[in-house]
Design a protein around this ligand. Structure first.
Ligand code: GTP
Ligand code: SPV
Ligand code: MN
Length: 590
């Protein structure tokens, strides 16, 4: 093997010994032509961008209207997460649980090392140190991703605190998550995302798509971190994090877990309707939250990320003005369409597409112009409603946690769990119609407990037990709620206008927290009566509201029976409390 050229930093005395050793091991295995240790500097980002533009991998967009914005087209066979190729490789299969695909660690390492052997020949290997969470936060955790994709390195710079500061922190911590990634040949037959929680390591091969390739995100901050969190006494969750300020100046922090492409980014960036003056929403995070019981008995949250990898379709000046403005500069778009002027375009925007997401002249016969899972990658600093608290080392104390899913039927607009334990059952009962964020069929209803079905790095039975144990440690727990913005009428139209109008539901929640709002007691939990919701300025047919707030007893009984069946798979790992809470709801139905 020819000795590769090494970027000066690779031999810098600042590189922690453990990182240097691992880099050498990976280099010997993958045989890159060069090694580049990322510093995170502006000059480095400019260099990577220029290189990608020269190679035709990034396409500069209309520079006047979209300054420093680029289009990236991933391989058409590689446009979403691949759950069927994602594995949790614990020593014991039962620890991964029926909720994960499992492979024995030895077999998985052998398989992956075979794929990685010589995989970076002729390519540069990027060493990407990153920190998940504020760099000085005791709750933050670091990792190093080694990748042969400059697009991944550039995206990691937008999505995490990447570069020198992270490397310095790794030196202090002495611990880091090892994530090895190669785009390989983008052959779906040679594509695997493997997690080794007991070793704090990840091996991902054959995909360049976000959740499969940006290893700080789902692989580290959810699958590995959820495992770490269980051993250390905290929670790693698929949740947005927002600050809600009332006209009286009272601020509440709220986290919400919705499955992929079910409204987290939009709720986190909510623009209040004109009829609710004085209300403000600021964003702390749009996808992941790490939750820690604090010394004051409250639950404290940080967002481990520093950017958004958000769904493009549906984003427009009306649905989400903040997001629309946010992606007007310094943004990488993935798999969107183009207008004749070189603007990015997707369904839900005005104007007409000229070129589709695959680079072909747009023809409606080929389906949507933008891929339904097309995305934008952007620094959180671009967000017009960025919350300064995002950088607070201790995080923010939660008043409420919301669970929700995309369900055309059954689940009402909102209900409140009676207490933490009941709330854990409500979270475990989340179900949602599948979306384009995962490879496979769209619109199929499935259970997605706590919106973590694809992301919990261990057995859901143990996970629910851990949620219950966290609750025991909270003397001032957040209130737990469930919402559904996606109820449909017989004609398939949404019953609730959603987006900014969701503030009406948030308002009821924080007034519940403050003990000011009324509610009706129902078997599934507390629900607002019509007059408990602020509906001023909203034109909603009374019949729609009645349907949104109805509890259909027979349908709920059958849903709970289905949930009980799901619980059966967890056998002795299912906490008995879960079964008792479920029986309690059934009893209330009489
Ligand atoms: P991930 O990034 O995949 O985790 O998704 P997310 O949960 O952040 O979803 P996002 O906010 O990006 O929304 C996904 C899709 O749902 C977009 O097309 C939105 O326009 C649409 N959406 C979001 N909020 C609402 C809502 O309140 N009502 C309706 N009808 N659609 C919504
Ligand atoms: C999701 O699918 O939940 C996402 C996008 O947030 S990805 O990072 O690709 O997983
Ligand atoms: Mn997500």
């Amino acid at each position: 093997m020819a000795k590769p050229a090494v970027h000066p930093a690779a031999s810098s005395p600042d590189m922690p010994e453990a990182v240097a050793r691992w880099v050498q091991e990976v280099r010997a295995l993958t045989e890159p032509k060069a090694v580049h240790v990322c510093t995170g500097s502006d000059a480095e980002a400019a260099e990577l961008t220029e290189q990608l533009v020269r190679a035709g991998e990034l396409l500069p967009l209309n520079a006047e209207r979209y300054p420093r914005c680029y289009l990236y087209r991933s391989n058409p066979n590689d446009v979403a997460r691949v759950e069927h190729l994602t594995f949790v490789c614990t020593k014991s299969e039962a620890d991964a649980g029926p909720n994960n695909h499992w492979m024995a660690p030895d077999a998985a390492h052998r398989k992956m090392d075979e794929l990685f052997r010589g995989a970076m020949r002729g390519r540069t290997m990027y060493v990407v140190p990153y920190c998940m969470g504020p760099i000085d936060s005791p709750y933050a955790r670091c990792g190093v991703e080694i990748t042969d994709s400059p697009y991944v390195a550039l995206s990691m710079r937008l999505m995490t605190r990447m570069g020198d500061a992270a490397l310095a922190r790794i030196g202090r911590d002495g611990v880091f998550v090892r994530g090895l990634h190669s785009i390989g040949e983008l052959d779906p037959e040679r594509r695997f995302i493997m997690h080794f929680p007991e070793e704090l390591s990840i091996k991902s091969f054959g995909s360049g798509y976000g959740g499969n390739a940006l290893l700080g995100k789902k692989c580290h901050a959810l699958r590995i971190a959820s495992w770490q969190a269980r051993t250390e006494g905290w929670l790693a969750e698929h949740m947005l994090l927002l600050a809600l300020e009332s006209p009286a100046g009272e601020t509440h922090y709220v986290a919400a877990a919705f499955p992929s492409a079910c409204g987290k980014t939009n709720l986190a960036m909510l623009v209040p309707p004109a009829s609710m003056p004085g209300w403000k929403v600021r964003t702390l995070g749009d996808d992941i939250a790490w939750l820690h019981p604090g010394p004051d008995g409250r639950l404290w949250a940080i967002n481990p990320e520093a950017g958004y990898f958000g769904v493009a379709p549906g984003t427009n000046a009306k649905s989400n003005r903040n997001a629309y403005d946010m992606v007007r500069h310094d943004t990488i778009f993935t798999n969107v369409a183009l207008t004749a002027e070189g603007d990015p375009w997707w369904e839900g925007l005005e104007g007409t597409p000229a070129i589709d997401w695959q680079g072909r002249p747009y023809d409606p016969k080929n389906g949507p112009a933008a891929h339904p899972n097309s995305r934008f990658t952007v620094s959180a600093r671009n967000n017009p409603c960025y919350a300064a608290e995002s950088d607070a080392a201790a995080g923010v104390p939660l008043s409420a946690i919301i669970f929700g899913g995309r369900r055309r039927a059954l689940a009402p607009l909102v209900f409140e769990a009676r207490d933490w334990r009941h709330g854990v059952l409500v979270g475990a009962g989340v179900a949602s119609e599948t979306t384009a964020a995962i490879t496979g069929k769209v619109g199929v209803l499935r259970r997605d407990p706590m919106a973590m079905k694809p992301f919990a790095g261990y057995n859901f039975g143990d996970y629910w037990q851990h949620w219950l144990a966290i609750g025991e440690r909270l003397t001032r727990p957040p209130k737990l709620f469930h919402v559904n913005w996606f109820r449909q009428d017989a004609g398939g139209r949404f019953l609730w206008p959603g987006f900014g109008e969701n503030l009406r539901v948030l308002k009821w929640m924080i007034e519940r927290v403050a003990g000011r709002a009324g509610a009706l007691d129902t078997p599934i939990g507390a629900m607002p009566a019509r007059e408990d919701l602020d509906l001023d300025g909203l034109e909603l047919p009374p019949a729609s509201l009645a349907e949104l707030l109805a509890v259909d007893a027979p349908a709920w009984r059958s849903d709970l029976a289905h949930l009980a069946g799901e619980f059966d798979q967890y056998g002795a790992r299912l906490p008995p409390v879960m079964r008792r809470e479920l029986d309690e709801v059934l009893k209330r139905f009489g």
